[in-house]
Design a protein around this ligand. Structure first.
Ligand code: PFF
Length: 452
């Protein structure tokens, strides 16, 4: 008998929640910088192709398993392949988003701190040149980033405690349009700065010579991380999607929103970075070091403007990070409530607490624990490397192989076409991509991670 599950209320809610999971720090700090590094518009082209041929099929594989089973990742595998090792494969994809949450929350905490710094006029009281250094002082200190990590994790737990409809759905429906608006304000501002045109050129000028094997693998990796694939979040959210929804539409809606937000973020950040003559390839620190610097310089004599712009910007990052982080926690919460019959409150608090503890190590790995290395990586970098380069592609492989080779074709077809009423013509192509092309593509990602 099918369990009574909380379901998302509308199509907009489904897309807001899924796009909320997809759009996050990966779009705002990572995409602009990788884009410039690997040939601008040429990278977008490969990214879109990788998205359609590789990422969307994995997305559909997760959606099909999730909605058909109405279960968490472990339970879903156990339902369709009872008593087989598949369920342990499902378990991996429950652990990986929780591992991501441990270090993601640290960066989420940075945005909390920077929002606070903006509002307390910290970026207006000192000369602009001193601002980039603030970031390093902050992340290497022992307790401050741990406090912000704690605040961020508490917010995540608070939203997930609210449940699917009044927690996740409500927050995502509010945060996503707000994020769009806030980023557009920054784009508008950024494009009016003198010299910003160079940033636009950096983002858009196609440079095919930079599209090396490395660039192609970066595009695939970015597509994985950005669409939250292979970690059971899309599977879990799909288990809350009503039968009448068209899975094809929610997949395309999510992927298009994700790309749109990534491009908007790129146009918010890069033109400003160029206008200020700063270094575009500085990675994780990029937005934290450069944006407040730019806001300070542009707002000289007008501290309120600096405060206003930087507060908007960090609020946008915080909202994006929160909607992603709640999806990571929800995967584990769904598992504990479905399989161990734990109540939502206990499950949420327990998992948030565990991730918070591990997150402290990640946070300290920029300062007091910087010398502690696992396989040559600090805690933070180790978890990031493990999850984005190995566990996410592995999860993607598990899901596509499961749908393509383990579930019956008739079941897969029935779920994707809503019982033969929609997407009938497209099914053959999507099935081929899930069964053959996506697993091969993921194998390529693995090989390139091994060799490059
Ligand atoms: N897609 C998120 C981003 O781009 O920041 C990251 C992410 C979310 C990864 C959820 C994994 C996950 F389960």
């Amino acid at each position: 008998m099918m369990k009574q599950r909380e379901l998302f209320g509308s199509r907009f809610a489904v897309i807001a929640a899924m796009a909320g999971s997809a759009v996050g720090l990966g779009n705002i700090w990572r995409f602009p910088y990788v884009l410039g590094q690997y040939g601008g518009a040429a990278f977008i082209l490969v990214y879109v192709v990788a998205g359609v041929l590789l990422a969307l099929p994995i997305f559909y594989a997760e959606s099909i398993i999730g909605r058909r089973s109405r279960s968490d990742t472990f339970g879903a595998m156990n339902k369709f392949a009872p008593g087989t090792p598949w369920r342990w494969a499902g378990l991996i994809t429950i652990v990986s988003p929780l591992l991501i949450l441990c270090y993601y929350s640290v960066v989420g905490g940075w945005s909390v701190e920077y929002l606070f710094k903006s509002l307390s006029f910290s970026f207006t009281d000192i000369p602009a040149e001193k601002i980039p250094a603030l970031f390093n002082t902050f992340i290497t200190s022992a307790w401050q980033p741990v406090v912000s990590h704690t605040v961020f994790m508490a917010m995540v737990a608070f939203i997930v405690l609210g449940g699917v409809k009044s927690g996740i759905e409500k927050f995502s429906k509010l945060a996503m349009p707000a994020l769009l608006f806030l980023l557009l304000v920054i784009v508008g501002y950024s494009l009016t700065l003198p010299g910003s045109f160079k940033g636009v050129e950096y983002l858009l000028k196609p440079d095919f010579s930079k599209l090396t094997a490395d660039g192609i693998s970066a595009a695939m990796g970015q597509a994985f991380f950005s669409l939250s694939l292979g970690v059971g979040t899309i599977l879990t959210y799909s288990s809350y999607v009503k039968k009448e929804e068209n899975l094809m539409v929610s997949g395309v809606g999510t992927a298009v929103s994700d790309l749109m937000f990534a491009l908007i973020a790129a146009f918010a950040v890069m033109p400003a970075v160029f206008a200020a003559g700063l270094e575009p390839g500085s990675g994780p620190g990029l937005v934290f070091e450069t944006l407040p610097y730019i806001f300070n310089r542009m707002g000289t004599g007008l501290p309120v403007m600096t405060t206003f712009l930087s507060a908007i910007f960090f609020l946008a990052i915080l909202a994006a990070a929160l909607t992603s982080a709640i999806s990571m926690l929800e995967v584990g919460v769904a598992f504990l409530t479905d399989e161990w019959k734990m109540n939502r409150r206990k499950a949420t608090l327990l998992l948030a607490f565990l991730c918070w503890l591990v997150g402290i190590l990640c946070s300290l790995s920029f300062g007091p624990l910087a010398h502690v290395k696992l396989l040559g990586y600090t805690f933070f970098n180790f978890l990031d490397h493990l999850c984005s380069d190995w566990l996410m592609p592995l999860g993607g492989l598990i899901f596509t192989l499961f749908v393509g080779w383990k579930m019956s074709r008739a079941d897969v077809r029935d779920e994707f076409t809503n019982g033969g009423t929609v997407n009938r013509r497209l099914f053959g192509v999507v099935y081929f991509l899930m069964r053959y092309l996506a697993p091969v593509g993921i194998a390529v990602v693995f090989l390139s991670n091994l060799l490059l």
